[in-house]
Design a protein around this ligand. Structure first.
Ligand SMILES: *Cc1c(COP(=O)(O)O)cnc(C)c1O
Length: 367
């Protein structure tokens, strides 16, 4: 029995290999390795894909979140509300932007930021930073309503191509950030990210800051740093973006298949989709109510690359202890951290592989 990986980057590469090789050859011949014409072309194509005016390439997704926040020119130390249940990078970016992370718990059904919790901390908030976790959008209508004049910054790293009530991920907030880390739905062959926005001034600010504050050679208009997209990554992303709608559809079909295969399995709660969401299934995360780590070990022993996203929440990480939240601060997030189990899911996964995952999972939860 061959192993079943959590994601299969080889299978995606096989579909774009020729285009990528030809594109790499052209870049190597041109000698334009940073920014370069492919970056501008990708930015235009990604903006069109999202339905926004601007996409600005960055070196990675964490930088994209930081640059999006910095572009807003919030007062130093201002509070930014984000969910406790996210990848640590969301919180890192807030701190790096000189702002204060205000963590809140998530709702128990979808594990997305809970608007009721956001309402409770609004007096401490200069901006909201919802995370579109696992491939579905946070409840944007409620959040925009609560935010009032405060900017909403979307962490869209896990939601490329996802929609809610007809609007794409990264469109309804004032500005959004995404990541093209290789394992994301749209993944590069190294690090890359982007900021998207309809706001011309914010787009210009991000573009300047990511290139040493400079829009013209040797003129540094504002403080910046180095966070530009590599040309070779843009070649990969252009080729993959053309496949993304089909790949997201394949993910949806695979998620529906897991839903059917696992329906009624005692001790396993299936992931739930927020009404109005068109999910892109970056991760298919079930919840195992008893002894998750033993179940995970059994899947690994059977060659199944299941994972946990994320086993230790941000507020319990040593690096964020200074925020002063102890155990019990965010009970929904903490409980989920002990139960979540991410099953292999990617566009090329086969029905036979999913049947095997379901069989091993069923056996493991029976103990
Ligand atoms: C991947 C990810 C990031 C950071 O992206 P990098 O490209 O790895 O820096 C930020 N937020 C979330 C929710 C992510 O999943």
């Amino acid at each position: 029995m061959t192993d079943i990986p959590l994601v299969d980057l080889h299978a995606s590469h096989a579909e774009v290999a020729e285009e990528v090789r030809a594109g790499f050859d052209a870049v190597l011949a041109s000698g334009a390795y940073i920014k370069g014409p492919d970056v501008a072309a990708f930015e235009a194509e990604y903006a069109a894909f999202c339905g926004v005016r601007h996409a600005v390439g960055t070196a990675n997704g964490t930088d994209a979140v930081e640059l999006a926040l910095r572009a807003l020119d919030l007062p130093p130390g201002a509070g930014v509300v984000l969910p406790a249940n996210t990848f640590v990078a969301t919180a890192e970016a807030v701190v790096r932007a000189g702002l204060h992370p205000v963590l809140v718990d998530v709702d128990p059904d979808h594990l997305l930021i809970d608007p009721a919790r956001v309402a409770a901390v609004l007096p401490h908030a200069a901006a909201l930073l919802p995370v579109h976790l696992n491939g579905q959008l946070a409840p944007m209508a409620a959040l925009l309503d609560l935010a009032g004049d405060r900017p909403v910054v979307e962490d869209a790293a896990q939601s490329q191509g996802a929609r809610q009530d007809g609007a794409a991920s990264g469109v309804r907030g004032r500005i959004a950030a995404t990541s093209f880390y290789p394992g994301k739905n749209l993944g590069a062959y190294g690090d890359a990210g982007a900021v998207t926005t309809d706001d011309d001034d914010l787009a210009t600010a991000v573009r300047l800051m990511g290139d040493h504050g400079s829009g013209r050679k040797y003129v540094h208009e504002r403080f910046g740093f180095n966070s530009r997209m590599d040309t070779l990554q843009a070649v990969v992303l252009r080729a993959k973006l053309r496949r993304l709608p089909a790949w997201n559809a394949a993910r949806r079909a695979a998620a529906a298949r897991y839903d059917a295969l696992l329906a009624g399995l005692a001790g396993v709660a299936l992931p739930r989709t927020l009404p109005g969401n068109e999910h892109v299934w970056h991760l298919y995360a079930v919840r195992v109510e008893r002894d998750r780590d033993a179940v995970l070990a059994e899947l690994h022993a059977a060659g199944i690359g299941a994972g946990v996203h994320y086993p230790v929440p941000v507020h319990l990480q040593p690096a964020f202890r200074h925020l002063g939240h102890g155990e019990g601060a965010f009970p929904v997030t903490e409980r989920a951290a002990g139960e979540i189990l991410t099953l292999p899911l990617h566009p090329q996964i086969t029905e036979d592989q999913q049947i095997r995952v379901a069989e091993v999972l069923a056996k493991a939860v029976r103990g």
